[in-house]
Design a protein around this ligand. Sequence first.
Ligand code: MEV
Length: 458
Amino acid sequence: MTNSRIPGFYKLSLDQKLDALAKAAGMDLDLLTPLLTSGLLTTQEADLMVENVVATHNLPLGIGLNFTINGIDRLIPMVIEEPSVVAGASFMAKLARTGGGFHATSSAPEMIGQIQILDVDDIPAAIMAIEGERGSLLAQADQIDPILKELGGGARDLEIRVIEDSPIGAFLVLHLIYDVRDAMGANAVNTACEKLAPRLEELTGGRVHLRILSNLSDRRLAKVKCTIPVDELAFETSPHPNLLPRGEGTSPLSPRERAEGEGIRNYTGEEVRDGIIEAWAFAAVDPYRAATHNKGIMNGVDAVVIATGNDWRAIEAGAHAFAARDGKYTSLSTWGQDGDGNLVGTLEMPMAVGIVGGATRVHPTAQIALKLMKVNTASELAEIIVAVGLAQNLAALRALATEGIQRGHMSLHARQVAIAAGASGELVEQVAAQMVAEKMVRIDRAEEILKKKKPIIR
Ligand code: MEV
């Protein structure tokens, strides 16, 4: 059984973190140690994945902690270049835990394949002809992947749509609904659509043009809910733990100076809850805000999608198209309060991810990521991903509704600026801490501080 609570994880060395992770996951450390080799995917393997390969490109992989989803603890690998995301999700998962964690569900893994049929002279007759052959068309589509069929997947339905008004006039579109089980499904669906094309041309007298999966996978949805006890939302602003010097007594500021300089204040749970609901209301009605709000959700979603070798462009496309499904782009999540005044959040979105096939199978880090999360089905993975998305959304709204995003963000950003200025080892923390204390996180300032700190070598 996994225990996703690892107190003090961020303070550990890389080796210690891996050790703690293996213990918390109840896994053999040997299964995780390959992670310490940066760039597990070899250039040779990469060369087989895409074209014109000359190298691989690495990104940080952090672990989202404290998650309990449907009563099961999960340690969540997150691949992302942006500071604060992993810490934010982990912190919100800790709050959600006090309210019973995340409760997630998902629909059947049904994808939609689209077949565009042009030049149909008699659309009503073509529709009748397709309807008359529905059974045989579905049976034909079913044959393309016997293994998928054996696993319980296959063609489920056909939907006929007439597009009346387009720049090229009216045409027919056939939707093939296909249960892809644990795959992302693009290959199976595209193959099935291509297979049906000749028969559809015969039946309709038209010309089949596009045959391709739709990324608006609105039949493959994942949904999650969490309740945060209102008292858990109360907090006092304080410097980010990552910025506190590791040794004692090395802070550049006294506690009083820090409190004054950082504008420390207390927020009640009710204030934070109401601030979060007000922030969500903005995204619910305004597409400019909704785009940024949803981007915050995708910070969490994409990080897990990438860690597991899934197609994050497909997930992004589906998410934003779904957010505009009623004709106006809006928030993917909702925030409100229950009868006891606790904060309640929900998120529902398409989640076309797989655990078999494609990069999920080929990429060694993706394989470790799936093992670490102990997912057995693509639906389970989808439910984990939406939980991380909701946690990430909460982290952003909580910060925005209270102290503002820059405090936490700039604190971590300051480390990157310090590194860019040439700091290494302990100097990274020291230079970053000083820049944050001075509220001046800039590369020129980092260089100045560094010059003063570095021993002069004669
Ligand atoms: C930044 O990557 C994400 C946020 O802009 C999300 C939001 O505004 O809700 C902080």
